[in-house]
Design a protein around this ligand. Structure first.
Ligand SMILES: [Fe+2]
Ligand SMILES: [Fe+2]
Length: 151
């Protein structure tokens, strides 16, 4: 079999500008929450803090893995992943931190539902599957933070 030339590889991988832009937004959010959650792990004080600090540390690492997975997919499309996070929200009391974290998860859910729909409309099954998995994790985080605020 004759190896594919660069142009054919680009054609096969079908880089899609709009989808790539949305995925860059995803990376920017994942980078931000990785830091935000790890700092909340470090800074969280108060009666409920031991369970929160353990949870938020674990989730911080999950978010960094999301950044890696999206970066890998962008690399496949021939796009360099952004290094710029969206706003990182740190500080305040425990309730403020959890509210900020909940808001970040809800933002991510909105974006990832959009990416799943976009990837689906382009017939890009692999990107759709990737973001379905990430979306499921964000919905779980959203539920965990909601539950903490309800306690
Ligand atoms: Fe994430
Ligand atoms: Fe999350």
């Amino acid at each position: 079999m004759v190896p594919l030339g660069q142009e054919q590889i680009v054609e096969l991988r079908q880089p899609k500008e709009e989808l790539i832009a949305l995925m860059q937004q995803g990376i920017a959010k994942e980078l931000a929450v990785s830091v935000q959650y790890m700092w909340h792990h470090v800074m969280g004080k108060g009666l409920a803090s031991p369970s929160f600090r353990k949870l938020i540390r674990d989730i911080s690492i999950v978010e960094m893995k999301h950044a890696e997975a999206i970066a890998d997919r962008l690399d496949y499309f021939g796009a360099a992943p952004t290094t710029k996070p969206v706003e990182i929200k740190v500080g305040g009391d425990l309730e403020k931190m959890i509210s900020d974290d909940l808001e970040s998860e809800r933002d991510a859910i909105t974006l990832y539902r959009q990416i799943v729909a976009k990837a689906d409309s382009e017939g890009d099954v692999v990107t759709r599957n990737l973001f379905e998995d990430i979306l499921a994790a964000e919905e779980e985080h959203e539920a965990q933070f909601s539950a903490l605020l309800a306690e």
